[in-house]
Design a protein around this ligand. Structure first.
Ligand code: ADP
Length: 225
């Protein structure tokens, strides 16, 4: 069974009384342990597709199964609980909590799911090491570079041992070299931990580092070229 199965997903938004089709019938399967890029220009539906897989939004029609659970029909509350158990999210703007230290940012999702303190500490230490930030454990996000902040976000996304990590344009706010560095860190962690990674990008140089790419255009997947 694939880790993610999206079948005929349609998502429309109402803008000023007009219906805009963000996804017009998308089907894709992602195997466990894949490292997949969703490519396409701005507005092609990349975030919308990630948000459907990530249990943030529901499709208007179609079926989405994530790690064996149908996530196209539950209530938004039920979806939030599935998301907390199965999904780690990485954002283009990092979205770290500025008043918390690096360690505390990574620990926060573990605190929310009620993991005991000692276990939280063990996991945080391991993740700090994985992303190369041991020396920055007590720093605040504002004291870090963009690349370092994204490393914290990667560690936070992995903290709860999710089935899938979704990264929405994770390199959009980084210079090219740092972007490539962040993607190769994600790829190393994907290989080491066997966690499924799906990331979106519109940067052709970043796309070439993915193991598989799907191309979105106006809300549909283009056939492989
Ligand atoms: P991408 O991530 O490729 O830039 P998006 O999935 O963000 O594309 O957007 C696809 C289309 O859907 C765009 O035209 C966008 O304006 C529209 N859209 C996305 N989210 C919303 C929303 N919450 N409300 C209204 N329109 C939206």
């Amino acid at each position: 069974m694939p880790m993610v199965s999206v079948k005929d997903a349609v998502k429309k938004f109402l803008i000023g009384g007009n219906s805009l089709t963000a996804l017009g019938g998308v089907s894709v399967e992602v195997e466990a342990g894949e490292f997949l890029a969703i490519a396409g220009p701005s507005g092609s539906g990349k975030s919308t597709l990630l948000n459907l897989i990530g249990c943030i939004e529901k499709p208007d029609s179609g079926r989405i199964v994530v790690d064996g659970e149908d996530v196209s029909t539950p209530s938004l509350d039920a979806l939030a609980s599935i998301r907390a158990r199965k999904i780690g999210y990485i954002f283009q703007t990092f979205n770290l909590l500025s008043s918390l230290t690096v360690s505390e940012n990574i620990e926060y999702p573990l605190f929310l799911v009620g993991l005991p303190g000692r276990e939280r500490q063990t996991r945080v230490q391991r993740l700090l090491k994985e992303v190369g930030l041991e020396r920055f454990a007590r720093h605040r996000p504002r004291e870090l570079s963009g690349g370092q902040r994204q490393r914290v976000a990667i560690a936070r996304a992995l903290a709860g041992s999710p089935a899938i990590v979704l990264a929405d344009e994770p390199t959009a706010n980084l210079d090219h070299d740092t972007g490539v560095e962040i993607i190769s860190l994600m790829k190393n962690l994907n290989e080491k931990m066997k966690t499924t990674f799906i990331f979106s990008t519109h940067d052709p140089k970043i796309i070439s580092t993915a193991k598989r790419t799907i191309n979105l255009s106006y809300g549909v997947i283009l056939p492989p070229s």
